[in-house]
Design a protein around this ligand. Sequence first.
Ligand code: FE2
Length: 294
Amino acid sequence: MTAVPRFAATADSVPSPAMLEAWSRDGVLVIENAVTAADCDALIERSRAIVEAWDPAEGAAVFSTTAPRHAAESWFRESGDKVRVFLEDGAVDADGRLVRPKLAAVNKLGHAMHDLDPVFDRVSRRPQLSTLAHGLGLADPLLVQSMVIWKPPSIGGEVTCHQDATFLVTDPPSVVGFWVALEDADASNGCLYAIPGGHRGPLRRLFHEVGGELVTETLDPTPFDEAAAVPLPAPKGTLVVLHGKLPHGSAPNTSDRSRMAYTLHVVDGTARWHPGNWLRRPPDRPFRGFEEAG
Ligand code: FE2
């Protein structure tokens, strides 16, 4: 098991030659102190306010990567241009009623905070991220999806090993994930893990709409080499950049500490957006780049 290198943010945010080499070799970049503690706190505060303001009677879906029944839920399917709350498996009873306080029950928020919430918009469209995205080869970066991964203490669910290009489909694959530790993440509270170099293998699965149903299609049955996975501990403010074909995931949070993270997914506008993507935008709310105002 070889740990991946860790970098400090460069002064101008242009990736250094060593960063580009690591990106090409490993498919992952770990950049410490890339986001200020103040911005992390601002996103946490906004996220809590969104959950506090949410009325569970509006509807919610239990989000679980181990039992993907959410796929049939309109709550999920209609969330591509909204800010919606998704709940942990263990947070609702058989009738779907909350059995925990709201703030201790959330699995994630998604999927358009970066376009709809001024604080998320500001942090997501920091010039530093735009520079980094261009520096990593995205010619026309478009911000398509944002999520706050809540990982509440004791019930924060596992995210099974996957490739983001399964879920955000372009031809050719182009998605890049920008994952920010809003709180310290380590092995005890379910930090990320990844298989360095695994992005050079094939895309295994495609999650897309076929005949009105969301299905997971196997493209290549080669199993992930999970024995080669390395943990990616990330102190608050660390940015982990994930190649769209890099196999990664995170363990459940069984600790008494929360592990909030913010993920922004960017695709290249020069690649073709697959019409069967689960994530939809109405014509009057198209994907926007880093510099495009809403
Ligand atoms: Fe992911």
